[in-house]
Design a protein around this ligand. Structure first.
Ligand SMILES: *Cc1c(COP(=O)(O)O)cnc(C)c1O
Length: 396
């Protein structure tokens, strides 16, 4: 890194030295290049390890705006939460540190309510509610964020189990939206049982912000808490999530996190830039022309499908998962005696050559899988051309 240039940039970025009439407009350095970390075209999707989604200029501008002013953080939380609740038709809302952060602060809120003594005591649950009901088929890695509060997951399968095991020690009943069809109790049943026993129900719908109606669907259905990831389809800051739901529970959740220093989720801080950025991204996601976006995704899929289809034995299909990442997934396969590469070989070549392209991690030895929703304009053509070139070179 050139220390000279860095010095000048540092000076120019200090308020005292910044001036509108500054004659030299300094170019943004190529930070990733300097760090030796190579950017790629994202034909995979909103995977956290691949940095998930890109924020719009509007969102970046909002964050930059927020970064230039001091405000009272709690007042900002009040105002942003009220706006988000209005947009999503929920009683209350807050911006969290990702959907995972929402799972932790939501659970904490269900355990403690607004009882200050309980808030200070977490994760020691002596004398407090210490169980969370969950269907066996809804257990998943992210429930670690729930268990972080010290609770025990009580696995059930049937309605009868729910009736038998719900009790005074039950803090919450967790539902994993994407596994809705896998359990014996569906979302509506879960809500009904929760209400019957006076136990708050929490729906993790993190990857389900598409289609847009889903943002209000689950709270309307009666879930007491619902979370959506900010950094996935909504294209809010990567580190944000939305927790929607009952006013008393959101209030309790807020008391269990930053800025309160003696709280279990103090480390799950959300700053003002993220709060404003998340709100602006959500607004813009909700008012965008979803039909036009869907059409553009279909066009991109066709662009890639058409080029790949030129090569011997290549066949393809398009899947749109009903829940979780509700966007076209193009799945391509071929006779590997006619095209002498496996989809995993193609994945590797695409990533290692120039420009680097990531296809989805669900690509297998039989099937090459791409999504197009995280592509920038013009990139579908590049992905199509490169897949074509790689397949062509492998024709037996
Ligand atoms: C992605 C995801 C999360 C975590 O979301 P973050 O916003 O990255 O914290 C939690 N639950 C489910 C089901 C997810 O898909």
């Amino acid at each position: 890194m050139s220390s000279r240039r860095s010095f000048f940039e540092t000076m120019a970025s200090l308020p005292l030295f910044a001036s509108k009439s500054s004659a030299v407009k300094l170019k943004t350095p190529d930070y990733f290049k300097e760090l030796g970390v190579k950017p790629f075209i994202n034909a995979a999707g909103t995977y956290t390890t691949l940095t998930a989604s890109l924020m719009s200029q509007e969102t970046m501008d909002a964050m930059e705006y927020a970064s230039k002013h001091f405000v009272n953080l709690m007042k900002l939380q009040d105002a942003v939460g009220a706006k988000i609740a209005g947009l999503c038709g929920s009683e209350a809302a807050m911006v969290t540190s990702g959907a995972s952060g929402a799972l932790t602060v939501g659970t904490a809120g269900c355990i403690t309510g607004t009882d200050n003594k309980a808030i200070l005591q977490l994760p020691d649950l002596t004398g407090l509610k210490n169980e969370v009901l969950v269907q066996k088929s809804h257990r998943y890695g992210y429930d670690h964020a729930v268990r972080a509060c010290g609770v025990k997951m009580v696995e059930i399968e049937t309605e009868e189990d729910f009736h038998r095991l719900a009790g005074p020690r039950t803090a919450m009943a967790l539902f994993f939206n994407d596994n809705g069809a896998k359990g014996k109790i569906d979302s509506k049943g879960w809500v009904r049982l929760g209400k019957q026993h006076g136990i708050p129900t929490f729906n993790d719908a993190s990857a389900d912000a598409l289609p847009v109606e889903r943002l209000s669907l689950y709270t309307k259905m009666g879930f007491d808490l619902v979370t959506f990831s900010g950094g996935k389809g909504i294209c809010a800051p990567q580190s944000t999530g939305f927790l929607l739901g009952r006013k008393d529970l959101i209030e309790a959740a807020r008391l269990n996190t930053s800025p309160y220093s003696d709280s279990i989720a103090r480390g799950m801080k959300v700053n003002k830039e993220e709060m404003v950025g998340a709100l602006v991204a959500l607004e813009s996601y909700m008012k965008r022309d979803h039909e036009a976006v869907n059409k553009e995704w279909d066009r991109r899929v066709e662009t890639i499908r058409k080029v790949a289809g030129k090569y011997p034995t290549v066949s393809s299909k398009v899947d749109v998962p009903e829940i979780a990442n509700h966007t076209p997934h193009l799945k391509m396969s071929w006779d590997q005696s006619k095209i002498k590469l496996s989809p995993l070989d193609v994945k590797k070549i695409l990533f290692e050559s120039e420009p680097s392209i990531e296809v989805t991690p669900s690509t297998s030895k039989d099937e090459l899988v791409v999504t197009v929703w995280m592509l920038k304009p013009g990139e579908a053509e590049v992905v199509a051309r490169r897949i074509g070139e790689v397949l062509k070179a492998a024709v037996a």
